[in-house]
Design a protein around this ligand. Structure first.
Ligand SMILES: [Zn+2]
Ligand SMILES: [Zn+2]
Length: 186
């Protein structure tokens, strides 16, 4: 039986590498499959992963290495490495976008006069919608909406990043904290 274990190797990363290309564009990597298939670039690696029933985000490894040495569980396939799970999870992401609306989250945030954490709003969302844990990707959807409210000036983030992966340009927050910006009263 042929195994299709796809491995990723880091190329030399230039000092002034484009951070976005590095982290989101999957640049500066070389791909190889145990079966010997030619994988000249990321697109070929993703196609081969898809053809062999593996997650196209982590290429079946279940892990995602954002920068050399920093590995996290693959969020696309719930760290299973499987294409089937990834597809189910994609549908769940779409469903989360439908049911978790900006208005809903804004209403929940209004219940917190002081600072609140992402996890608190995610829990409140599950409670409001009667969703059990793991049913929908609530956290990522709620985070996107809170960032949206931050971008429009409704919220201000209070947390410092938990990880600086490449200076201040590529950072990670685990359970960030925000606060509502109260309208200036005259
Ligand atoms: Zn292969
Ligand atoms: Zn994956």
């Amino acid at each position: 039986m042929t195994t299709h274990t796809i491995t990723t190797q880091w190329d030399e990363i230039p000092e002034h590498a484009d951070d976005l290309a590095l982290v989101e564009g999957h640049a500066f990597r070389t791909f190889r499959c145990a079966c010997g298939a030619s994988l000249p670039d990321r697109a070929a690696a993703e196609l081969h992963a898809s053809e062999t029933g593996q997650c196209t985000a982590c290429l079946g490894s279940a892990d995602e290495e954002l920068v050399p040495g920093f590995v996290r569980r693959c969020p696309a396939c719930a760290a299973t490495g499987r294409r089937g799970v990834q597809l189910v999870w994609e549908v769940a992401h779409g469903e989360a976008e439908q049911v978790i609306t900006l208005d809903l989250v804004r209403g929940l945030v209004a219940g917190f006069p002081g600072p609140f954490r992402l996890s608190e709003i995610a829990d409140a969302t599950r409670l409001a919608l009667g969703l059990r844990l793991g049913r929908l990707p609530v956290g990522p959807r709620v985070r996107d909406l809170l960032r949206e409210m931050e971008a429009t000036g409704e919220l201000v983030m209070l947390s410092a990043p938990d990880e600086m992966l490449r200076g201040p340009a590529v950072v990670l927050y685990r359970d960030p904290q925000w606060q509502r910006v109260s309208p200036v009263s005259s």
